[in-house]
Design a protein around this ligand. Structure first.
Ligand SMILES: [Zn+2]
Ligand SMILES: [Zn+2]
Length: 202
């Protein structure tokens, strides 16, 4: 076809794309941006295992606690906040906007993540370093998730399908297909199955 739209390497994944960045690549950046405020809060649980902390006071450096220093780093000013603030400052400078200033690290994470998500299409269309932006977000999201899941792995619950097959699910499992009888279960249906006795492997 002569009029086939011209494609270029996507600025994020390098595979051929008609838009400057694939919609799917843009969506992944958006998912990471929108996940960060929640991950920031979840990291508070990794700081003080067994206790769900409220918003911490920022700016005080006290004696080291028996906690995850990595979680502490990500929650400090310059951690998750630093990455979002740096890219927000860059966006505002390019657009001639005033960079919003926030009183706490937590409100800054919320505000900057929202600012970047709101302007994500602009960034994907125009920013020369969009790949670096996407990479940094993916890295910090991965790092946060590993800390959170490493400290508190989701509990796997063995449930029994009527066919006899035991499925191991977590409260986060969206759905699963039983390998025994090929029935597809949704989240609620899986959690409604009877608990299975754990069997000792032979
Ligand atoms: Zn792409
Ligand atoms: Zn089954």
């Amino acid at each position: 076809m002569i009029d086939a739209p011209q494609s270029w390497p996507c600025e994020i994944c390098s595979k051929p794309s008609v838009p400057r960045v694939h919609d799917g690549c843009t969506d992944r950046v958006r998912q990471n941006l929108t996940a960060l405020p929640g991950l920031y809060r979840e990291l508070a649980g990794a700081l003080h295992p067994g206790r769900r902390g409220g918003a911490g006071r920022s700016g005080t450096r006290t004696a080291p606690l028996p906690c995850s220093l990595d979680a502490l780093d990500l929650r400090a000013r310059g951690g998750i906040e630093g990455i979002l603030a740096t890219w927000s400052a860059d966006l505002c400078e390019r657009e001639g906007w005033t960079l919003p200033v926030y009183g706490t690290v937590e409100t800054a994470v919320d505000g900057y993540a929202d600012l970047l998500a709101t302007n994500l299409l602009r960034i994907c269309d125009e920013h020369p370093a969009v790949r670096e932006f996407a990479d940094e977000l993916r890295q910090i999201v991965g790092q946060a998730r590993r800390i959170i899941t490493g400290e508190k792995p989701p509990r796997r619950i063995p449930v029994a399908c009527p066919c006899g097959q035991v499925l191991r699910v977590t409260l986060d499992t969206a759905g699963a297909r039983c390998p025994g009888c090929d029935v597809q279960y949704g989240h609620g249906e899986l959690l409604g199955l009877p608990l299975a006795e754990r069997r000792v492997a032979a």
